[in-house]
Write a protein that binds this ligand. Structure first.
Ligand SMILES: Nc1ncnc2c1ncn2[C@@H]1O[C@H](COP(=O)(O)OP(=O)(O)OP(=O)(O)O)[C@@H](O)[C@H]1O
Length: 246
């Protein structure tokens, strides 16, 4: 579905990411892990079309075989920082992606309002971002992204600010939605448990400059994953990350 070939991102002459290639299949969730600063967010930002203007990028990407430029209407993106507009309410912020995608304002807000209870935001419909907790803000940003019915989803640490219970609930909710409607998902996470529970594949990046050093499939179907089955994969990933940062 989405193919990236030989992506290099530079700050001046310095490559932050070098010759990175990856592909995302429809109906798959790929996690991108790696030490802080190795370039995970930069790769996702390039795909979302929001790379900082002082950075330059070279590389080729296709969506369903067609050369793609970013931002692209087939892609929804949740940034690491929630990027909610301070002057908009929860519903207005969450409906924004749908409205930009062309949905009528009233329909977009009705769709989002319907989903607020799942995100624990039903009592904060008219609150502004500075009246919300960090976890609530992240849930509103997640809702804004996930409600867009795009074939590709880019999620940069979407659950990092959530309490344990909400995190588990929203992880399950996302997996259920993906089972109903297959999409290609690229998710950055630092949480190995989250990666092995949710992903079909884990791509491991290293820094200096950023590149992918391992592509680890997790073949067990999500519903059948047991702690024991995943423990081995998690220790392999842990060893790679510790080696990289030691
Ligand atoms: N606008 C910029 N100008 C110069 N360097 C930048 C810029 N944005 C990011 N960098 C550098 O690029 C490298 C990769 O940053 P990036 O945010 O992509 O890493 P990351 O792997 O997502 O980190 P983290 O896990 O901490 O979020 C870092 O060394 C960072 O300092």
């Amino acid at each position: 579905m989405l193919e990236v070939r030989n992506l290099t991102i530079r700050a001046g002459a310095e490559p932050l990411v070098k010759d990175l290639s990856l592909s995302l299949a429809e109906g798959s969730l790929t996690c991108l892990i790696g030490p802080s600063g190795c370039g995970k967010s930069s790769v996702i930002k390039w795909l979302a079309g929001v790379l900082a203007p002082e950075l330059t990028a070279q590389g080729r990407a296709t969506i369903d075989g067609v050369l793609a430029r970013f931002p692209h209407h087939d892609i929804a993106y949740q940034p690491q920082q929630d990027a909610l507009f301070p002057w908009l309410t929860t519903v207005e912020n969450a409906a924004l992606g749908l409205e930009i995608g062309g949905m009528d304002r009233r329909a977009a807000r009705a769709r989002v309002t319907e989903l607020l209870p799942i995100f624990g935001l039903e009592e904060h419909e008219d609150s502004f971002p500075d009246q919300l907790s960090g976890g609530m803000r992240q849930r509103a940003a997640f809702l804004r992204t996930i409600v867009q019915d795009t074939p590709v989803l880019l999620l940069d640490e979407p659950f990092s600010a959530l309490d344990a219970v909400t995190r588990l609930r929203l992880q399950d909710w996302l997996l259920e939605r993906l089972a109903e409607r297959p999409r290609a998902v690229l998710m950055v996470t630092h949480d190995l448990y989250e990666a092995t529970q949710m992903a079909d594949r884990v791509l491991v990046m290293t820094g200096g400059p950023g590149r992918i050093v391992a592509d680890i499939p997790i073949p067990t179907p999500i519903g059948a994953r047991s702690e024991t089955a995943l423990a081995g994969t998690r220790s392999t990933l842990k060893r790679m990350l510790l080696k990289d940062t030691s």
